[in-house]
Design a protein around this ligand. Structure first.
Ligand SMILES: Nc1ncnc2c1ncn2[C@@H]1O[C@H](COP(=O)(O)OP(=O)(O)OP(=O)(O)O)[C@@H](O)[C@H]1O
Ligand SMILES: [Mg+2]
Length: 249
């Protein structure tokens, strides 16, 4: 099977800091890959490189087995790579429908363009219900939603462009237990839809709940790859660079 999306030898330097050093990364269709590592390990830098926001200095990218360019956000979105950042970019004073369709509004006619609220509302209802996202009202302003609801709307919005890969930078940071569960469920549904999903998280319990594979970065390098049956201790070792199993022998 051809790999959906992969990069090879990605490097990114900020002055003397090597934020990424010769990193290979890959995600398949219908797979959730967790990207983990300590603060400053290079996770966000990798996501930004994969989404073309802050292109890598070096390296090659492949989509459906073909070499591709990832030099701009436009490159990524044309390929079908969508990104949800931690600062969700919802507009607090706009309602859910307006947020979902922000920048891709549907209009009634080209001659006398007016927002087609009915169609946008119907599509919003469909989209959120296929994702099992329950909101009291689609006409509630985003500012009135809970953190988990906001995150769900932000993720739903990324799906409107029909992406094949979704990159999520810490989607559960700052969420409570129930809200986190809601977002993890949503991630599982993205996998069921056959999307390739990359998710950054600091919470290993979340990671083990949702990920098919775990990739560890440390100081800009990829230092470990684990499947979901790996022990949490081994993943922690890779993250910290400290061998924890020595004494258990
Ligand atoms: N725009 C920038 N200018 C200078 N240095 C940067 C820039 N962006 C990232 N870095 C540096 O690159 C390294 C990796 O940062 P990055 O944000 O990718 O880490 P991270 O793994 O996402 O960490 P966290 O878990 O804290 O979000 C850090 O040393 C950081 O200081
Ligand atoms: Mg980060």
């Amino acid at each position: 099977m051809t790999q959906l999306f992969s990069v090879r030898g990605f490097s990114k330097h900020f002055g003397a800091v090597a934020a990424l050093e010769d990193v290979d990364f890959e995600v398949e269709a219908g797979e959730v890959v967790a990207l983990v590592g300590d603060n400053g390990a290079g996770k966000s830098t990798l996501i930004k490189a994969l989404s073309g926001i802050q292109p890598a200095d070096e390296g090659e990218a492949f989509f459906d087995g073909e070499p591709v360019s990832l030099k701009s956000p436009q490159d990524a979105s044309t390929l079908g790579i969508a990104t949800v950042y931690q600062d969700l970019a919802l507009s607090d004073n706009l309602d859910v429908v307006a947020n979902l369709f922000l920048g891709r509004e549907i209009v009634t006619s080209r001659i006398d363009p007016r927002l087609d609220e009915t169609t946008m509302e119907e599509r919003s209802t469909d989209l959120l219900s296929t994702l099992s996202v329950h909101l009291r009202s689609l006409r509630a302003v985003a500012g009135s939603l809970s953190g988990g609801q906001r995150q769900s709307v932000a993720i739903a919005r990324s799906l409107l462009g029909d992406p094949r890969v979704v990159l999520l930078d810490e989607p559960t940071a700052a969420l409570g237990v129930a809200q986190t569960a809601q977002v993890l469920d949503l991630i599982k549904r993205l996998r069921e839809r056959g999307l390739g999903v990359v998710v950054i998280s600091h919470n290993l319990a979340d990671v083990f709940q949702v990920a098919d594979r775990i990739v560890v970065l440390r100081l800009g390098r990829r230092v470990g790859t684990f499947d979901r049956t790996a022990s949490q201790d081994r993943v922690v070792s890779a993250i910290t660079g400290v061998e924890v199993e020595e004494e258990a022998k």
